[in-house]
Design a protein around this ligand. Structure first.
Ligand code: FES
Ligand SMILES: [Fe+2]
Length: 353
């Protein structure tokens, strides 16, 4: 049911404040995370090997963690190093330690075979304090399977309808134009031009009456969405022959998101939005972010309601249309990752841009 051999975003790195034990669930596995004195992050199974009390209810003692039911103490590598009232510590007295890496603003956990965890497979993303950009971040919890959220991000035609009054405002082309897609090692690259867009408000003052918009994102298993939306003078789409532009944009919007499955009906959606530092001041960023969060509320309402209807009659088949190319292609990839235990299909290129 789950692809275990993959990197999952457990949270923003800044969520894991020193001095506390943070309980998280990833693909049905309870995990306790905490910082060591050197700032590193430790991820241990959140279940004491003695009588299964959660270690997240325990106590930090330096870099070690003590279970506060009967006092077994564990080192950051998961080994039990103290059993009250007993000198001999059996080798089996240990809890599982998960590989964990902080990169690109996120804490990534590998719930699968630790010997296969390669940090080089984590795609590059921005950090929230990157001086070249101004970004704001948040997260949202969904009562829905993560693949329904992935479907949503892989088919942006919904912007014209679900986000009619927010992100899709005045851009009906989202639903009309079909993006091109390229397979990546563990995902898809989705790109399109939206030519002849009429910006509104602040964007209109900044960019003029008409612009061409280049939208490009990589979508990588289990739900990493790395999007750049770049605004160009009208005519650039044609000059670029419909392909990727090679000049600097007038405005460059950033969206970086990660969908994390917690359980079959619970997912956490992490998001950051913003622009190049020179393109936006903090006040505009606040407004852009507020619209973005309103739009995410629109997605959540639809997707949670969709999940309820799916669960009412799980055997009912959906009607495929040409809008579904991205979700369909990605679900095929997920099936192949499930079948291979997480090994990517052969013959497709690596996800690094
Ligand atoms: S359950 Fe942890 S020490 Fe007993
Ligand atoms: Fe959406």
């Amino acid at each position: 049911m789950w692809v275990r051999n993959a990197w999952y975003v457990a949270g923003w790195s800044h969520e894991f404040a020193p001095g506390s034990i943070h309980a998280r669930t990833l693909i049905d596995q309870p995990i306790a995370l905490y910082r060591t004195a050197d700032g590193g992050l430790v991820a241990l199974e959140d279940r004491c090997c003695h009588r299964f009390a959660p270690l997240s209810l325990g106590r930090l003692e330096g870099d070690d963690l003590r279970c506060m039911y009967h006092g077994l103490k564990f080192a950051p590598d998961g080994r039990c190093i103290e059993i009250p009232g007993q000198k001999l510590i059996p080798q089996s007295a240990c809890v599982r330690r998960y590989p964990v890496v902080m990169r690109g603003g996120w804490a990534w956990v590998w719930p699968g075979d630790a010997a296969l965890a390669d940090p080089a497979a984590i795609p590059s993303s921005l950090t929230l304090d990157d001086p070249g950009y101004r970004l704001k971040a948040g997260h949202l919890d969904y009562a829905a399977h993560y693949l329904l959220i992935d479907d949503n991000l892989l088919d942006l035609s919904h912007l014209s309808f679900a986000h009619e009054k927010t992100l899709g405002l005045d851009m009906p082309q989202w639903a009309d134009n079909r993006p091109r897609m390229v397979d990546l090692e563990r995902g898809l690259r989705v790109q399109r031009w939206i030519a002849g867009h009429t910006p509104r408000g602040f964007m209109r003052k900044k960019l003029g009456e008409r612009v061409d918009v280049w939208n490009s994102y990589d979508f990588i298993f289990p739900g990493l969405f790395l999007q750049r939306t770049s605004f160009y003078p009208a005519g650039t789409a044609q000059q670029s022959g419909g392909g990727e532009p090679d000049q600097a944009p007038l405005f460059h919007r950033i969206d970086e998101q990660a969908v994390t499955p917690l359980s079959a009906r619970a997912s956490r959606y992490f998001y950051a939005a913003g622009a190049r530092a020179g393109d936006i001041d903090p006040d505009r960023l606040d407004r852009l972010f507020a619209v973005t969060e309103t739009a995410f509320g629109e997605d959540k309402a639809l997707i949670e309601a969709q999940q309820k209807l799916i669960d009412l009659e799980p055997e009912r088949r959906m009607l495929p249309t040409s809008l579904d190319a991205g979700p369909t292609r990605f679900r095929r990839l997920v099936d192949s990752l499930l079948a291979s235990g997480g090994a990517p299909p052969l013959g497709v290129r690596s996800a690094s841009p």
